[in-house]
Design a protein around this ligand. Structure first.
Ligand SMILES: [Zn+2]
Ligand SMILES: [Zn+2]
Length: 147
């Protein structure tokens, strides 16, 4: 596990710092997009200062090891790029539950094709579908919520 992480960092041309190893390892273990706040609350990352965490996330995004997607709540979420797949990091749609704020990667679906203005240079893309996940939908449909 740690060896795979070290290899991923080295092949992206990065040094294996403890911060990079723990952030990449945590995202890898979680396997779903999470916010900066989720990460800093995680026991494996807890204790890291915010600036180091932001810088580490930025470095990993720039290196193509993780991708980030902004939800309609404004929060960026970070997710590890599957190492066994080719293709552009984050090149898939995401689903965001507005109830529990969990985001899922929909890796098996293609992004819609969009024609950009002539001469434009595309730097990234994201496509977020939002609503309620099955658990939140069931919770709100069940036993008459008060209000
Ligand atoms: Zn939910
Ligand atoms: Zn994703």
């Amino acid at each position: 596990m740690i060896d795979a992480l070290r290899m991923a960092l080295r092949s992206a041309g990065l040094r294996c710092t403890p911060a990079r190893l723990s952030v990449l390892g945590t995202l890898d273990a979680l396997g779903q997009p999470v916010t900066h706040a989720d990460l800093s609350a995680h026991p494996d990352v807890a204790g890291m200062d915010d600036i180091t965490l932001y810088r580490t996330l930025g470095t990993l995004v720039d290196a193509g090891l993780i991708h980030r997607v902004q939800g309609i709540d404004g929060a960026w979420r970070y997710c590890v790029q599957p190492r066994d797949r080719a293709g552009c990091p984050g090149n898939h749609p995401h689903f965001l539950c507005t109830g529990c704020r969990r985001m899922e990667c929909l890796v098996d679906q293609a992004m819609p094709r969009v024609r950009v203005p002539e001469g434009a240079e595309v730097r990234g893309r994201h496509f977020v579908v939002y609503g309620r996940c099955a658990a939140c939908a069931a919770a709100s449909a069940g036993s008459g919520a008060p209000g």
